[in-house]
Design a protein around this ligand. Structure first.
Ligand SMILES: [Zn+2]
Length: 355
């Protein structure tokens, strides 16, 4: 009987302690804390059907694409910039849909090359890889990335040597192979993990100095003064390599088309989708008999930022080769990206139409 009453006493004591504990939490500002804890749960339940509002800015791990901590790929300690060919013989591409950022630059005539920045350990083939140009070095410098290419224009190769760029060149370094399904020079492929190993064996710095591309936002709307834009067309010069970005409202992304064909990634079996499109107006000129162009990437100019069905006019500024290109809205504030892939199309002003 004594044993039984001892146990009752113990239960009663625990009950009293539990009451005091609960009361003390609420009394120490716990109310606020409890509210905070409950609030997100409610929100998650409410917002679940609209996936893209669930951006947790604090959880972003890759500051080039806004991927959160639990993303399926590991984030690299230094990004990798890969030179992709972009003629009709070189599409579909491999790996490009999983890049964080892709730059498109005119190289000669209507032809462009794509500079894809990978800051994630994306598995599978990457390519096809093409040669270096001076303008591409500027982009590698501003992102403090490894620069991946197959040889290059002599002026570019000289510059890579002169400045000691962390170059990974198929002609000289490990980590590349040539496929049988396409003829040279369209058949050079690589893989992110092999490039990281190759860079390591070269003794290049393992850590990138740049924190990311731009800051990110968690709201869909970018500004009160934006204009609705469901389609962007870029004509790089003549009747081929005409780019269309078409807005898909259900996914909140722009599907990219080249010459009216979906831009495909055969490695990941999906279409290329842009969360953000930055149109950067820049002048360029022919610099040799081969028609190679030199683009004014250092300096300043105008452009457009398009995301989530909206467009705002922007300005850009880049102080020197190594400096980051900064993009500003009409108030002079740096623009904030929505998480996902960003395309930066560098082009002359008269080549773009939006509707
Ligand atoms: Zn990323």
């Amino acid at each position: 009987m004594a044993k039984y009453s001892n146990r009752l006493y113990l239960i009663f004591t625990l009950f009293v302690f539990a009451l005091i504990f609960t009361w003390s939490i609420a009394g120490c500002g716990g109310e606020e804390e409890t509210d905070k804890e409950k609030e997100p749960d409610k929100e998650v339940e409410k917002e679940e059907p609209k996936e893209d509002k669930d951006v947790n800015l604090d959880a972003i791990e890759c500051h080039f694409c806004g991927a959160e901590e639990d993303h399926e790929y590991d984030v690299l300690s230094r990004p990798i910039l890969v030179t992709y060919g972009n003629s009709s013989d070189e599409r579909p591409h491999s790996g490009i849909s999983e890049a964080c950022v892709v730059y498109e630059l005119r190289v000669e005539g209507s032809h462009t090359r794509l500079l894809a920045l990978f800051n994630k350990d994306v598995p599978g083939d990457i390519g096809n890889v093409r040669s270096a140009r001076l303008d591409f070095i500027t982009l590698a410098l501003e992102n403090d990335s490894y620069y991946v290419h197959v040889g290059g224009h002599q002026a570019a190769l000289n510059e890579i040597n002169r400045i000691g760029l962390s170059s990974l060149n198929e002609f000289r370094h490990a980590g590349f192979w040539r496929s049988d399904d396409r003829g040279a020079p369209y058949n050079v492929y690589t893989e992110i993990s092999q490039l990281v190993d190759s860079a390591d064996s070269r003794g290049y710095s393992e850590d990138g100095e740049r924190e990311g591309l731009l800051d990110f936002r968690d709201e869909e709307s970018m500004s009160n003064s934006s204009e609705e834009v469901s389609e962007v067309q870029i004509n790089y010069g003549s009747n081929f390599n005409v780019i269309n970005y078409e807005y898909q409202e259900d996914e909140g992304v722009y599907l990219r088309k080249v010459d009216n064909e979906p831009h495909l990634d055969r490695e990941h079996d999906q279409e290329v989708k842009a969360s953000n499109i930055i149109i950067q107006y820049a002048n360029s000129r022919t610099i040799d008999d081969e028609g190679r162009r030199d683009i004014d990437l250092v300096g300043n100019g105008e452009g457009m930022y398009i995301s989530k069905g909206e467009m705002i006019p922007i300005t850009w500024e880049k102080e020197c080769e190594e400096a980051k290109t900064k993009f500003y809205d009409e108030n002079g504030d740096e623009i904030n990206l929505y998480p996902g892939q960003t395309w930066i199309n560098v082009v002359e002003e008269d080549k773009v139409t939006v509707e």
